[in-house]
Design a protein around this ligand. Structure first.
Ligand code: SF4
Length: 388
């Protein structure tokens, strides 16, 4: 089965208030040691893999913040992997105003085919609530630069459910994103992750979270507005023009294997899952001393694999493949989860055919609850859970 490759670059200009990805402000930190260590891990993990790598995704953090020399060394190594394995999709994450023309050309010359840009909103007050550094005016020229330099596919990330955001402003952000003609749009509901500044502000009563019904309306507007503009929803939060779905993320959602390199990166190959230490100094030290920097590693049991399949595949509009599940687990998921599926289909949240078990649009609004009920077999009591 083809593999995905994820590379984590743990630097950002500043830390956004809602973000719980592992990244630190770049400041005047030296980036060379962690890039060196990441390249060593890349060489080690790719030297003896049984299957070809199909996709590369460089995320973080803000990979395009790396100084030119370190970025070039990383991209050159990944470009070699891309050529050697005939990689189909090579994505780099970027933020508006972090990609100028020389950097965009550097990406394209290294084989990058797709840039995923964190636009998030087209309203200054909403970007300020998220503690984003860029302004709405930065987004169009960044997209234009990437296109002019030959980036084949562009994704724009947007966030709804921001404190103070209205249904009208959310619709306007969607329309302004569509005006830029991206190939792919990802729309995530804001989540209050533990240990973030935004969550601390919530606990201190300094922010008022978006009303649940308003957030549901925003989700429905997302599906309708993007659908009318030709962006097909293929996962709860992801929309694409035909043929422009993110192959790397599809690989996660379809429970295919992937390698992760860099601080905090995770991987799962041959049903063994690992996660690297989420600390730059510890990562570099462990790579120097042991040649590996895994903080945790476990062999997945059959029950864990079943859980992963439900959790990931149910996010897709195509849903959980009955055939795939039966082949891997030796049991029909419609039988394994029969009691929960009976309740969930009666509520109109799930449809089940002989090929697929999938969320309905109403089910997507309570996706976490549906998935929890399937895998625990117990009725969940929460009124609703966030759209992710
Ligand atoms: S730019 Fe992205 S990765 Fe960096 S802190 Fe902000 S949300 Fe997190």
């Amino acid at each position: 089965m083809p593999l995905g490759l994820y590379v984590h670059v743990p630097f950002c200009e500043t830390k956004c208030g809602y973000c719980d990805f592992y990244s630190v402000p770049l400041g005047d930190r030296a980036t060379t040691p962690v890039v060196d260590a990441t390249l060593r891990e890349l060489a080690d993990r790719t030297k003896a893999i049984p299957e070809p790598i199909r996709t590369i995704f460089v995320g973080g953090g803000t990979p395009t913040l790396l100084p030119p020399d370190d970025l070039q060394r990383l991209l050159s190594a990944l470009g070699s992997v891309a050529r050697q394995h005939a990689v189909e999709e090579f994505t780099v994450e970027a933020n508006p105003a972090t990609v100028d023309e020389p950097k965009a050309r550097q990406l394209v010359d290294s084989g990058v085919t797709r840039v995923s840009m964190g636009a998030q909103s087209f309203f200054p007050v909403e970007l300020a609530a998220l503690e984003r550094l860029h302004s709405p005016q930065d987004i169009p020229p960044s997209v234009e630069t990437l296109r002019r330099c030959g980036v084949r596919q562009i994704n724009l990330d947007l966030i709804f459910g921001i404190p103070g955001q209205s249904l009208d402003s959310w619709r306007q952000s969607l329309v302004r994103a569509i005006d830029l003609a991206p190939d792919h749009v990802a729309c995530y509901g804001l989540t209050y992750e533990p240990a973030t500044r935004l969550t601390a502000q919530l606990h201190h009563g300094h922010v008022t979270p978006c009303d649940e019904d308003l957030e549901a309306d925003m989700f429905h507007a997302t599906v309708d507005v993007l659908g009318a503009a030709g962006y097909r929803q293929y996962e709860i939060s992801n929309f694409a023009r035909t043929g422009c779905e993110c192959r790397h993320n599809l690989l996660y959602w379809r429970n295919q294997p992937y390698i992760g390199v860099g601080p905090s990166a995770a991987g799962c190959v041959n049903d063994r899952r690992y996660k690297n230490v989420p600390d730059i100094a510890a990562y570099v030290r462990r790579m120097d001393e042991r040649g590996r920097a895994e903080a945790e590693s476990e062999a997945l049991t059959a029950e864990m694999i079943a859980l992963e399949m439900v959790m990931m595949q149910m996010r897709l509009c195509e849903g959980l493949s009955v055939t795939d599940f039966r082949q891997r687990m030796g049991v029909d998921p419609r039988h394994k989860y029969a009691a929960a599926l009976g309740r969930l289909t009666a509520k109109g949240w799930v449809t089940a055919t002989c090929h697929r078990i999938a969320l309905t649009r109403a089910g997507m609004l309570v996706a976490n609850r549906v998935i929890a009920e399937m895998v625990t077999g117990e009725r969940t009591v929460e009124r609703s859970l966030k759209v992710l």
